[in-house]
Design a protein around this ligand. Structure first.
Ligand code: ATP
Ligand code: MG
Length: 386
């Protein structure tokens, strides 16, 4: 039977090993949501469903289906020594890779073109265009059973723009390759070899360390990364059987806070608490001197207060608080597709007119944050904090 969503629900349910009635219910509840326009054959899991992660995507392909699993959550080490010992029991060494700060994208082939899925399972038109230019298509033809997971990083980035990697525009750094069938990952060395065979950029590999020496090595790496405001590391079982864990630098933590507190009425709360706690444990673990601790306190405090005060001043000058980002595209159509995509997702945006740069177009985007602007205005007019 063909439901009004345009896909064969009976078959989709059978593929997922769910009763069709359950599948209909999930559609009703919008737990499973259909994409739009050219991607309407793609269904997105807006929540997890019996073992299927949030952000997973079901694609109808030649009378059958294909599942692109969401990227699993990576838990965080708060104190390195016990976390490494506890999480990597039974193995002798771990691999340490850079944790890059951009946004998570899965790339797969759809109707003979590459598409880029965001963490939530949307097909992002900007990332899709970039993926089409950045990645060797042969990989996807020769390995239709695999999905490539990576971080889109660099300054021409509408979600997490960063200048810290010395990149001109935007690049895609592979950090995982998994089987579509069951979501299982390739071992690290196999993945890195395969990615390198196809000329993909990859996250940096810092090395493989014995469990006993890993905490000291990681501390050294983290201190160096911190100086450059890089984010941190992901610590992995070489075989990718045990779950990876992440560990990050104080400086990157503070950079996140600076961004969040600019929009304090939106993201301040959820951001602040875990980040303050992380700073406490890191300072403890590193047994910091009074001077080091003072530096940390100042860094943390400044990253909270300064951007907030700047936002208040902007509102006082009658400006609207916004996030300024930019994109660089080859095809002009991508600009309009991306704008309508952001609007559909409820992001309030102003796009500049495109500037030609070589073969590309550069577009500046203001993401307006009404909530913080309005709240600040209200407070300036005497509104009380309830
Ligand atoms: P979560 O903790 O649920 O995975 P989050 O968005 O809160 O999600 P982050 O703190 O950014 O997570 O850490 C996880 C993310 O780090 C991954 O989703 C991935 O996009 C990114 N990442 C960057 N480099 C790597 C790497 N080398 N290995 C794995 N993930 C990486
Ligand atoms: Mg991230």
């Amino acid at each position: 039977m063909n439901g009004d969503i345009g896909i064969d629900v009976e078959k989709a349910a059978e593929f997922l090993e769910l009763p069709p009635s359950r599948f209909y219910k999930l559609l009703d509840k919008k737990t499973i949501v259909r994409n739009w326009d050219e991607y309407e054959d793609i269904l997105r899991f807006d929540n997890h469903v019996s073992g299927i992660e949030t952000g997973s995507v079901l694609i109808e392909k030649n009378d059958t289906f294909e599942m692109i699993r969401g990227f699993p959550k990576i838990k965080r080490a708060m104190i390195l020594i016990p976390s490494i010992e506890k999480n990597f029991q039974g193995i002798e060494s771990v691999i340490v890779e850079e944790k890059m700060n951009g946004y998570n994208v899965r790339v797969t082939e759809y109707k003979e073109k590459l598409i880029a899925l965001t963490r939530s399972g949307h097909v992002c038109p900007y990332s899709t265009e970039r993926a089409q230019h950045l990645l060797n298509h042969d990989f996807f033809r020769e390995h239709p059973e695999l999905v490539v997971y990576g971080e889109m990083a660099g300054p021409d980035n509408p979600y997490v723009p960063k200048d810290i990697y010395g990149l001109d525009s935007l690049d895609f750094f592979v950090f995982d390759i998994r089987f579509k069938s069951d979501g299982s990952p390739l071992p690290v060395s196999e993945r890195r070899k395969l990615a390198s065979d196809y000329g993909f950029s990859q996250v940096e590999l810092f090395g493989e360390f014995d469990i006993e020496e890993a905490p000291a090595e990681i501390t050294r790496i983290i201190k160096e990364l911190g100086e450059k405001e890089h984010e941190g590391v992901v610590i992995k079982d070489p075989e990718m059987v045990l779950q990876p864990i992440k560990y990050t630098c104080s400086q990157s933590n503070c950079a996140d806070l600076r961004h969040a507190f600019k929009f304090y009425n939106d993201s301040g709360r959820d951001y602040m608490f875990p980040r303050v706690v992380r700073e406490g444990f890191q300072s403890f673990e590193w047994n910091e001197s009074e001077e080091e601790l003072k530096k940390r306190c100042l860094r943390l405090g400044e990253s909270i207060l300064r951007p907030m005060i700047q936002s208040i001043r902007e509102v006082q000058r009658n400006e609207r608080i916004s996030d300024e980002v930019r994109i660089r595209v080859r095809d002009r159509d991508t600009i309009y597709k991306f704008k309508s995509y952001l609007e559909r997702l409820g992001v309030d945006v102003i796009f500049s007119s495109p500037e030609r740069i070589g073969d590309d177009y550069l577009v500046r985007i203001s993401k307006i944050n009404r909530s913080t602007t309005d709240k600040t205005k209200g407070i300036m007019e005497g509104q009380l904090w309830s």
